[in-house]
Design a protein around this ligand. Structure first.
Ligand SMILES: Cc1ncc(COP(=O)(O)O)c(C=O)c1O
Length: 393
């Protein structure tokens, strides 16, 4: 009988970790697993600008009728403006709203599969846990390029570029725009320049994933490397997420962008994304996207929002430097100084799977097996406990 043969799917490693932490009765427990920002009260707040935009939406929205397959087109234009800014490639870029950047990753993967059935997507080693499953599910092959140097805890740029010399016209190279997940180690501007030259010479398709704009060095600074590349390569694809920088996690607001050689070609590719969307979810949810659109087109709300993102960014930066200095003081070494150099919400600490299990079982500190910790989920009051637990390993 259909369905009877199905075994239970493996549990999602990150979501099941959060569930285990919730059940843990240790008052000192620390959830460093799931990638959400928490403020000094331990809350993932609804941003003030979102609250104001919601009030406006409630008052002004006159219909809940369907939007088109591309979702909220005003949102698409506003997000392209936010991510591309003064990039010349904006003139040939088109966007499709998707259910989160996850939806965008999948729609673009489907379109790549239609265009090049044998294409290989190169991912950084390590990468976002869902990158490979999305590409595989779309039928694409996945290869990894060296990225995270487990000794320095920074990007091993030479090894990365050396490996990517093999990427050619049937390859897609996926790059994190900023705030690399899970490692926290970002490409330097010089590395962006090198990869740009390689894309031009070797003809691979750059696929940029921007999920944390504003969480690294600032809203504009975080996309400097991406914009450099965007202005020079013939074509690229891009995904954007509003989960973190608008705090809209559950509203599922994201975007898939394509910039081909000409706007006509980009528009043709857009019709293929719409075709893929039609047979998957048809239309993305509108609520989150409309809030983003309201904020980005209202100078006062936009300035409130930018201030709120900056507050979050500075808080995460502060937590990084406090954890690094607690570890320096307690260990008398500079072994963990890299934590302060990493960008965005996460850092990979170079712990083994066993270390992660010991921390979970003995100290009730929950982190994923890759040794990634969510810095943005920490409380200042937990820093000493976390530092001492790490040093006890
Ligand atoms: C690198 C990266 N890309 C994409 C996503 C998916 O984000 P969304 O919530 O918009 O689907 C995430 C979420 O954590 C991420 O870290």
């Amino acid at each position: 009988m259909i369905l009877e043969n199905l075994k239970e799917a493996p549990k999602d490693p990150i979501l099941s970790l959060s569930a285990a932490c919730r059940l843990d009765e240790n008052p000192n427990k620390v959830d460093l697993g799931i990638g959400v920002y928490r403020d000094e009260r331990g809350i993932t707040p609804v941003m003030e600008a979102i609250k104001l935009a919601e009030a406006k939406l409630l008052q002004e929205q006159s219909t809940k009728a369907y939007v088109g397959l591309a979702g909220n087109e005003a949102f698409n234009t506003s997000m392209i403006e936010l991510m591309l800014g003064d990039s010349r490639s904006k003139e040939r870029a088109v966007g499709v709203q998707t259910p989160g950047a996850s939806g965008a990753l999948r729609m673009l993967a489907d379109v790549i599969k239609s265009s090049a059935p044998d294409a290989t997507v190169w991912l950084s080693d390590l990468s976002y846990a869902n990158h490979a499953p999305i590409m595989w599910t779309a039928g694409l092959k996945v290869r990894y390029y060296p990225y995270f140097d487990t000794t320095t805890k920074l990007v091993q740029t030479d090894a990365m570029m050396d490996s990517l010399k093999e990427a050619g016209t049937n390859d897609v190279v996926l790059l994190h725009g900023c705030c690399h997940n899970p490692t926290g180690a970002d490409l330097s501007f010089e590395a962006w320049k090198t990869i740009t030259d390689m894309a031009i010479q070797q003809g691979f398709l750059p696929f940029i994933d921007i999920a944390y704009q504003g969480f690294g060095d600032g809203m504009e600074e975080d996309v400097k490397g991406f914009r450099y590349l965007a202005d020079r390569v013939e074509s690229y694809v891009l995904t954007g997420s509003c989960s973190k920088n608008f705090g809209l996690y559950r509203e599922r607001a994201g975007i898939a962008v394509v910039a081909a050689k000409t706007i006509e070609q980009s528009n043709r590719i857009k019709t293929r994304i719409l075709e893929a969307a039609r047979s998957t979810y048809t239309m993305p949810p509108d609520h989150g996207a409309e809030l983003v659109n309201i904020i980005l087109n209202n100078p006062l709300l936009k300035s409130n929002w930018l201030n709120e993102v900056e507050t979050m960014r500075l808080r995460v930066e502060g937590l990084r430097s406090k954890l690094a200095s607690a570890l320096r003081d307690k260990s008398g070494t500079s072994h963990y100084d890299f934590i302060a150099q990493h960008k965005g919400m996460f850092s990979v600490l170079g712990l083994s799977v066993e270390d992660a299990h010991i921390l979970r079982e003995k100290q009730s500190i929950y982190l994923v097996d890759s040794g990634r910790i969510n810095i943005a989920g920490m409380q200042e009051s937990q820093i000493d406990y976390i530092a001492e637990s790490l040093l006890s390993l």
